[in-house]
Design a binder for this molecule. Sequence first.
Ligand code: GDP
Length: 526
Amino acid sequence: MNITQEIAKRKTFGIIAHPDAGKTTLTEKMLLFGGAIKTAGAVKSNKIDTATKSDWMEIEKQRGISVATSVMGFEYKGQKINLLDTPGHQDFAEDTYRTLTAVDSVIMVIDCVKGVEIQTEKLMEVCRMRKTPVICFINKLDREGQDPYDLLDEVEQKLNIQVRPLSWPISMGKSFKGVYNLYDRQLNLFTPSQRKVSDDRITIEDLNSGQLDEMIGKNLADQLREDVDLIEGVYPDFDPADYLEGKVAPVFFGSAVNNFGVKEMLDTFIQIAPGPKSRLTEEREVKPEEDKFSGFIFKIHANMDPKHRNRIAFLRICSGRFERNKPYNHVKGPKALRFSNVTSFMAQDKEIIEEAFPGDIVGLYDTGNLKIGDSITDGEDLQFKGIPSFSPEIFREVVNKDAMKTKQLEKGLQQLMEEGVAQLFTFEIGSRKVVGTVGQLQFEVIQFRLKNEYNATADFVPMNLFKACWIKSRDKKKLDEFVRSKQRHIARDKDGKLVFMAESKAWLQMVQENFPDIEFHYTSEL
Ligand code: GDP
């Protein structure tokens, strides 16, 4: 097969949801359809269970699970689909943001009882920023949820995107009868079953025929006719181009645990979802069908075994054919790299592969050479864009508790930061080190891992900081002047970029007013 054919076969998407909406369940059903797994229960949730959050063994176990389940490949109707799971827990939001840089589209799961939840809103913001096409799956229709019209309004308002229902539920909860597919005018009647692998659909040529009344009863049949009329009247015809531009999100209703409505969504997904897209680098746009290989690292995971400091780096292939054992340019790195241990993630099995294509995600065994955001190419110096750091929410100063283990602490901190567990800022004055995270949980993970893997002990002393702002200015002199006058508040991030550490919102505003030539950004990609 040539490279264009390989590209045409691939679809790479992320699955996002507020915890408990049914992401793991939906993932599992999709893998069942793809034949990638045989039994229900094979996919493990990557959830960090808040009830066990102080149980270290549990966190370690879950870290293991999240590696195993974070990328899953499967084949469906001749297409190769790569599914990227994202942690729903808000403390790991940054990990999710970075994962979203490696996908071409997104499936979003919403619980019909709870509606749009806070984490979903944040994730959608990231999708909107990147104009990522989104399909919505409204889940748990076997429960008494909110009215479907209200749910659609809520999605439009809270997620700030137009919706277009492509299926419509017939009642819900105890009286849930099924969904009507507005796209191909088929009716799918609900039979609760966790084992079902196919939906039995009935084609309805004419919604006004008596056949419908016989199947779901006159009342529900009338209601469905009314709903379909209303929807066709209110919503313009679905145009896949609007979806591809991230303007309209098609919506499906179903029940993941009963494997209901999933196949409909998957069938539409493979028809309309985008294949591997072109990507921007600092230098130029890179097209997938280019001859030469290029890709970037968006996630790094440490091995569980503290004695071997091996890591798995997740590489998204953006162009060309990636080959095992071929020397590649590690852009900005000190030397060329050659990867002999390259794994694919086909559902449960990890296997060594010889080659991979645009859209694919491969795991590279790494002994400490790679960082998140690194680009790897077949020669050219390209730096992929769009893998920014966001300002953390919580800041703590690192205090070494064991002077004999300073080196270990530094090494441990550096490696954990390269994995993207948290961000490190070093103040220009006095070299004080500050770790910033989105959630409390990371500090516990860091402290535990420093001790466990590096034998270093550190305290994390709370600091009163509001945000880390990456700064720049057109006028180099003005920037130098600013840095000099605010020296006590200037730090460098892991890449040596200048950061202004703002103590409060009000103070930041004042500083911004006083220094109009300086730009302040909450993300590292300016
Ligand atoms: P995640 O946190 O988004 O991965 O959610 P899970 O897939 O782990 O699901 C959370 C809970 O919701 C589990 O107890 C599932 O069995 C349940 N669940 C998932 N889908 C459905 C559904 O369609 N109906 C009902 N009633 N429960 C569901």
